[in-house]
Write a protein that binds this ligand. Structure first.
Ligand code: CLF
Ligand code: SF4
Length: 485
């Protein structure tokens, strides 16, 4: 398998201009470190696509499905499907042995220079399959020492493994915590298997929640960054998640990711079969807005599969099935290092451009906000054709700044070179509430359909940085002079 270095040309049409002077000109990328994040923490998250929204424009994760078993039952899970902790329901293509997983990781690292993180996130629980999880990480560490390790767990077995997790330099752990009150937890977890016994009801929830909190405290005491995932279940824990947010913040969690319940009856889960609904996008956003101001929120999660590969908005898993892997792969670290160097320079340049964009929107005196959907294939640029987009990243611009607040998934309009009109209706519905769509190119037919639905679409900012494009659009819309060098 070849090892292509991703080129700037794949993200832009022309080389990005380099700014002169200051840190940005050195390409160290430190200008992109948020002021409220400690430099040591920034070093841990700056290449992690889940722990840093900024990094998700550049870096990829891969999951290996070496953890099939689980030690609890969640009412939103059917064992035939991926773990809902970290994946949307859908069968994992292949369950892997640690040896197979190792082969796959080396092959992906050789072919995808954006790869920075190896995660184990199901399809069951990473710690309920500790032997597999450990063997996989140990093998990969020897071959690719710079890759970050990440695991996801329901937390039941966590206190038993924290020392080994720390010894193995696994410095990113996700715990799914849906409740801190056992009365609420008992409505989500019908049973756990603990200390050689199946336990149910309040007893099960009490043990699980206590072990989740203890595991969280033990991890943060060792300097491991912990992300909390919570599944928002309307009528069961939606009003309770503010309390969860406070409890995990008090114990040193780094990030809180509130994800919507997925409860399709076709998945055969308890919630799916009993008619428990998931939240609407508006309900999820409203809850996230209410939680803002507590622990930092993750708003760019894609609820990816337990065998996902690629940038968060894409899944290249089917390119790397076991049957497609070569028997032997020679791993060369140079392309990944070259890509990181490229990103460091690009980030410095983008940081300066973003400062200009923020000055533009902050110049608006009134609290006028604009929701903008962006077609991007990475690199934090407007660089995807409307017809190729399978998702749009949603940015909110207002006097307080420009922020990514979510994404909208769609079916690609352009299939094999032709527009598929049947996708336009659902795409327009998915873009509900959006003022303007930014993309690299758009045809007359979708443009007219969007305009008829009250949505502007433009390719006038093609290949700009996203914040630059959104800042210009905002300034122009409200009759201001953009502050762009
Ligand atoms: Fe994987 Fe999870 Fe690590 Fe990321 S995913 S184990 S922290 S490397 Fe990321 Fe996927 Fe959301 Fe998870 S987008 S589901 S938060
Ligand atoms: Fe399913 Fe994950 Fe819950 Fe286990 S922890 S029951 S695999 S969602």
């Amino acid at each position: 398998m070849s090892s292509p270095i991703i080129s700037l040309a794949s993200l832009t049409t022309s080389p990005a201009p380099r700014r002169k002077g200051g840190c940005a000109a050195t390409g160290c990328g430190s200008s992109t470190r948020p002021a409220d994040i400690d430099p040591a923490v920034w070093e841990m998250i700056k290449d992690h696509p889940c722990y840093s929204e900024e990094a998700h424009h550049y870096f990829a994760r891969m999951h290996v499905a070496v953890a099939p078993a689980c030690n609890i039952q969640c009412n939103y899970c059917n064992r035939k499907y991926d773990c809902s902790n970290e994946s949307r329901p859908g069968v994992v293509s292949e369950r892997l042995t640690p040896e197979e997983a190792f082969r796959k990781v080396v092959a992906v690292a050789a072919a995808v220079p954006e790869l920075s993180v190896l995660g184990i996130a199901g399809p069951g629980d990473a710690l309920a399959n500790w032997k597999n999880t450990r063997a996989t990480f140990e093998a990969v560490r020897k071959a690719i020492p710079d890759i970050k390790f990440c695991l996801s767990t329901n937390g039941l077995a966590l206190p038993d493994h924290v020392d080994e997790i720390a010894d193995m330099a696994i410095d990113h752990v996700t715990i799914t915590i849906n409740a801190v009150d056992p009365e609420v937890g008992a409505k989500i977890y019908p049973w756990i298997f603990y200390d050689h016994k199946r336990r149910t009801g309040l007893e099960a929830a009490t043990i699980l929640l206590e072990r989740q909190m203890r595991g969280l405290e033990m991890l943060t005491a060792r300097g491991i960054l912990v992300k909390i995932n919570s599944v928002m279940i309307p009528g069961i824990n939606d009003d309770h998640l503010a309390e969860v947010n406070r409890a995990v913040r008090a114990r040193g969690a780094f990030l809180h990711n509130v994800m919507p319940l997925i409860s399709d009856p076709a998945h055969g889960t308890h919630f799916g079969l009993t008619g428990q609904r998931g939240p609407t996008p508006a309900e999820l956003t409203a809850l996230q807005d209410r939680l803002d101001g507590g622990i930092k929120l993750m708003r760019h999660c894609r609820q990816c599969r337990a065998d996902a590969i690629g940038l968060l908005g894409e899944d290249r898993g089917q390119e790397f099935t076991m049957e497609k892997l070569p028997e032997t792969v020679t791993y060369d670290p140079a392309p990944r290092q070259a890509y990181r160097d490229f990103v460091a320079a690009e980030r410095g340049d983008r940081g300066a451009a973003r400062d200009d964009a923020l000055r533009s929107v902050e110049a608006v005196a009134d609290d006028v906000r604009l929701l903008v959907a962006v077609a991007t294939k990475g690199g934090a640029r407007v660089n995807e054709h409307f017809g190729h987009a399978r998702e749009f990243q949603v940015f909110e611009a207002g006097p307080k700044g420009i922020a990514l607040i979510g994404h909208r998934k769609v079916d690609a309009y352009c299939m094999g070179g032709f527009g598929e009109d049947a996708t336009l209706g659902p795409t327009i519905a998915a873009l509900d509430g959006i003022d303007t769509v930014l993309c690299a190119k758009v045809g007359d037919c979708p443009r007219e359909a969007l305009v008829a639905a009250g949505i502007t679409v433009t390719d006038a900012y093609a290949y700009d940085y996203i914040e630059t494009a959104v800042g210009k659009l905002y300034a122009e819309r409200f009759g201001l002079t953009a502050v762009f060098a």
